[in-house]
Design a protein around this ligand. Sequence first.
Ligand code: PLP
Length: 471
Amino acid sequence: MIYTDTRDSSVSVDFKTAVLNGMNPQTGGLYMPVEIPLLNKAFLGKTPEPSFRDVAYESAKLFVEGEINDSNLQSIIADAYPFNAQVVPLDPVSYVLELFHGPTCAFKDFGARFMARVMSYFNRDENTPLHILVATSGDTGSAVGSAFHNVPGLDVTILYPEGKISKLQEKQLSTFTGNVRALRVKGNFDDCQRLVKTAFTDKELRQKFRLSSANSINISRLLPQSFYYTYASLVVKNRSPRDNKIENPSIIAVVPSGNFGNLTSGLIAKEMGAPISGFVAATNANRTVPDWIATGKYTPRASVQTLSNAMDVGSPSNYERIRHMYSLEEVRSLFASYWLDDKGTMDAIKSCHSRTGYIIDPHGSVAWKAWDDIRRNGMENLMGGLSGNINEPGLTPSIPDWASSIIEKRAVGILLETAHPSKFGDTVLKAIGREPSMPDRLEKVLALPDNSIPMTSTYTDFRQWLMDNLE
Ligand SMILES: *Cc1c(COP(=O)(O)O)cnc(C)c1O
């Protein structure tokens, strides 16, 4: 597969180059496959549906052809995914897609684990390690650290702002050993990012060490997220006639979004042939994309802090990829959009629990509320001309092509649950009066010793530390 770039269509590189560069250093653009390959129809039509790993393998094959052979790809997939994405019915026409069964209990494990193994594969003939530097404000760091832990040929240094992330997140980051370590920086997230960026432009440092990033814009984190969309849509398509008597349902993926990587992966799955009719772009008060869909004007802005903090992004990087794939009109025909404030998020955790018994996290709850409003009467009102006010939380005034499937009751929702609720125990406790139980793998982390290394926010200190400690 050939990869091009969102800013310059004359760019043409192989998968390895796209993965190791992360972002195109010449243009600042993001890599995309020149065309989205189609999955085999017979494969998509199998009953019962293929397993998650089979979907992962068949999909990944199309993106790495000629660069990673079949048996190596099989091992990469097996090693990356000892866990599954799970489809859990909430009511006859709503399914939660649980993406938190990986080691760090958030969906970022799916992308990070594939990326780590692919990078290790591409580094296999080198005799020096590839050094990954990553600045994190929370979930990304733990997913990356865990994904790269003990992966041969790779060495990871994570920078996080001391005291500015949740206790559990800090614990997840500070307890790595071996080839992964965390520096707790006296400063904020921007300081961490500045240190990493400065290191990447430091010629002398780069001559001494082979450096790479594990940024969320890396194409090798985006492609594997398409696997669970394809898998879940096949499961739901097969289950639907039994659960709700709808043959060939209009399947809508409702995606709690921040940087819009997850949603972009859904678009890739749809283009590959997954039976998905449309999407709901669901955000918190960082509503840059809903505003764009409503008004046609794209205005990135500073982020505001919310209860669903992993979605606090005011200038989503993957907007550039969405625009590379579709025109505004196409986006409007495919997406409904929705935003929710913190009060609505609390109410949503509570009403989801009281109505279905399911304990949802503050990110997934935004998706749940969006879907609930859409099928109650949100879409009907919109179609009847009762358009919403974009400054109030709720459905954005833009009607997708699939709107009639809601009114005709042919639609089924897949709501992406991006993190385990116990990662946000305090918020959930406030909403429903009890704390969700914690999976063993998180509980265990709490008991591990803190190995984090103190660091100032001064570049010369960081540089000296790298010089003294990296191999
Ligand atoms: C990162 C994250 C999101 C947002 O995903 P994007 O790909 O940035 O849109 C949502 N929920 C959780 C729990 C996350 O960690």
